[in-house]
Design a protein around this ligand. Structure first.
Ligand SMILES: Nc1nc2c(ncn2[C@@H]2O[C@H](COP(=O)(O)OP(=O)(O)OP(=O)(O)O)[C@@H](O)[C@H]2O)c(=O)[nH]1
Ligand SMILES: [Mg+2]
Ligand SMILES: [Zn+2]
Length: 293
C-alpha cells in the first residue's frame, strides 16, 4: 500500500493512505536504520499492515527534495513566516530561510504576519527589500486577512510554514484550515519571543491535493549545507550583477571590479540582502577553513 508520512511521534510514523481512510501508525523496518536512513514527514512510502492494525514502512520513494531543519521532505514551497512585532522580524534569519529554499529547489513566499502591529514604515521597508524578488504577503493571523490569495496559489501543491517561534505559523494554519486545532502559544512578555509551542512537524490537508506542513519554530539558526561558492546563486537578484564582475570566480567581498558590491553601493541591490550574504559567507568560509586545515 502507498501513503504519505504526515507526522512522526515516539518512534511511530503516521501514514495517510493514498486511497483515503484512517491514518495508520507505522514503524520503520530495521533495515533503514542500518542504512542510516530516517523516514521524514512528507515522504511517500510503501507500507504494509500488521495484525495489530499498526503498519510497517517498507520502502521510501525518491524525494523531490528535503530539508534538515525543519526535517521535511517533498515540499514545493516554503512559506517563510516573520512577524512585524512580537517577535520583531530578523532579516538575517529571513534571508537564511530564503537561501534554504533556493538550495532545496523549493519556491519561497514571504508571509509578513501581525500586520496589525506594523507601522507604515515597517511595511515600506520590507517591500523595498523583497518585492522584486519574492512574493511578499501581509497577513493577520488574528483575522485571517491576506490568506485567501495564498490559499488559492497553493492549490495542488505542498507547502511548509517555516520561521521563528511565535511568529504565528500555527495560527495561520488554523486560519487556513478551521478545525486543524494546532496549538497556539503565548509570547513571552519579557523577551517578546515564542515559547516553542509546536514540537513536531505535522502535515494538514488544507484543501483537495494541498498539503501544509506546520513546523516547530527556532530561535537560533546556523548556516547549513550550502558551500560558499554556491551562496551567490541563492540570491536571485544578485545573478544579473555577478555575471558582470571582473573575475568570473568573484565572491563579491572585496574584489576589485565587483559589480554586486557596486550595485549595492548605488542602491540597486538592497543593503540588507548584501549584508546577510556577507555574514553567511563569513560563516561558511570559516567552516570550510576549519574543515580543510
Ligand atoms: N497581534 C497579533 N498576534 C498574532 C497574530 N498571529 C498570531 N498571533 C499570536 O502570536 C502568538 C504565537 O502564535 P503561534 O501560532 O503559536 O506561533 P508559532 O509560529 O506557531 O510558534 P511555534 O509553534 O512556537 O513555532 C499567539 O499568541 C497568537 O495569538 C497576528 O496577526 N497579530
Ligand atoms: Mg506553532
Ligand atoms: Zn563580484
Amino acid at each position: 500500500m502507498e501513503g504519505k508520512i504526515i507526522r512522526g511521534v515516539g518512534g511511530f510514523f503516521f501514514i495517510r493512505p493514498i486511497d483515503g481512510g484512517e491514518e495508520v501508525p507505522c514503524r520503520a523496518r530495521g533495515i533503514f536504520k542500518k542504512q542510516g536512513i530516517t523516514p521524514m514527514v512528507g515522504d511517500w512510502v510503501e507500507w504494509s499492515l500488521l495484525e495489530d492494525r499498526t503498519g510497517v514502512v517498507e520502502k521510501i520513494k525518491p524525494r523531490s527534495n528535503w530539508f534538515i531543519r525543519p526535517p521535511i521532505a517533498n515540499v514545493d514551497t516554503l512559506l517563510v513566516v516573520m512577524s512585524f512585532h512580537k517577535p520583531r522580524y530578523n532579516l538575517l534569519i529571513l534571508d537564511r530561510l530564503l537561501v534554504m529554499a533556493e538550495k532545496g529547489d523549493a519556491g519561497a513566499k514571504i508571509l509578513m504576519n501581525k500586520v496589525d502591529l506594523a507601522t507604515q514604515e515597517d511595511i515600506d521597508s520590507i517591500r523595498a527589500i523583497y518585492e522584486n524578488t519574492y512574493p511578499c504577503f501581509l497577513v493577520n493571523g488574528l483575522t485571517g486577512e491576506g490568506l485567501e490569495e495564498i490559499k488559492a496559489s497553493l492549490k495542488g501543491s505542498s507547502a511548509a510554514l517555516v520561521g521563528p517561534s511565535g511568529v504565528g505559523k500555527s495560527t495561520l494554519l488554523n486560519d487556513l484550515l478551521p478545525g486543524a486545532s494546532a496549538s497556539v502559544g503565548e509570547i513571552s512578555t519579557k523577551t517578546e519571543r515564542g515559547k516553542h509551542t509546536t514540537r513536531h512537524v505535522e502535515i494538514f490537508s488544507i484543501q483537495e491535493d494541498t498539503d501544509l506542513f506546520d513546523t516547530p519554530g527556532f530561535t537560533s539558526f546556523d548556516t547549513v549545507g550550502e558551500e560558499s561558492r554556491e551562496l551567490a546563486s541563492c540570491y536571485p537578484e544578485m545573478i544579473k550583477w555577478s555575471s558582470q564582475c571582473r573575475f568570473h570566480n568573484c565572491q563579491h567581498l572585496n574584489e576589485p571590479g565587483c559589480k554586486v558590491r557596486e550595485a549595492m553601493e548605488e542602491g540597486w541591490l538592497p543593503r540588507s540582502r548584501y549584508e546577510s550574504y556577507r555574514q553567511q559567507m563569513d560563516e561558511l568560509m570559516t567552516k570550510e577553513r576549519n574543515k580543510y586545515s
